[in-house]
Design a protein around this ligand. Structure first.
Ligand code: GDP
Ligand code: MG
Length: 163
């Protein structure tokens, strides 16, 4: 079977933007029990000689902070259970948040390979928040701009290293 790469991160960090950019035409939505936010979107992608399945664990995007945290933890759990590589996405314009730190802790304990990706680094000036993400204890952050298509090759090189 192809390796599975799961995208995890707070609402609005750009998970779906990245997912859609990397996806081929073959996107499928998997909906579990109604009322349970375990919806996942799958797509096939490839990079160099590698083919893999991506999962966007976004689901319904909640509004309140405690619901966001609960949902992120659920997403992280799905990713830990199913993925071969976890791409943890944070927002370079917003900077580090408490929810990012809690989810990072869960992901770290899982011992699965994690690639830390700082999105929305559209230009040099968006790099000013970069250093705080080292506090997540996941290693060196990769910077990308999903909407501008910057840094995606370097990010994918890092992802496929773990296959
Ligand atoms: P998700 O909730 O994590 O799936 O985030 P979305 O992909 O829905 O994106 C949330 C918002 O961030 C949208 O308005 C996107 O256009 C915007 N966005 C996504 N990627 C980037 C980026 O690289 N730079 C900037 N400036 N905005 C982005
Ligand atoms: Mg989304």
């Amino acid at each position: 079977a192809k390796p599975i790469v799961a995208f995890v991160g707070r609402p609005n960090v750009g998970k779906s933007t990245l997912f859609n950019r990397l996806a081929g035409k073959r996107i499928s939505i998997v909906q579990d029990t109604p009322g349970v936010t375990r919806d996942r979107v799958y797509a096939q992608a490839d990079w160099l000689k590698y083919e893999f399945t991506m999962i966007d664990t976004g689901g319904i995007e909640p509004k309140s902070d405690d619901v966001i945290l609960k949902q992120m933890k659920r997403q992280a759990q799905i990713a830990i259970e199913t993925a071969d590589v976890i791409v943890f996405i944070v927002d370079g314009k917003e900077g580090l948040t408490a929810a990012d730190s809690e989810v990072a802790q869960m992901l770290r304990r899982s011992k699965k390979p994690i690639v830390l990706v700082v999105n929305k680094v559209d230009s040099k000036k968006d790099e000013e928040n970069l250093y705080e993400f080292y506090n997540l204890g996941i290693g060196e952050p990769m910077t990308i701009s999903a909407s501008q298509g910057l840094g995606l090759g370097d990010m994918l090189d890092e992802v496929v290293k773990h296959f």
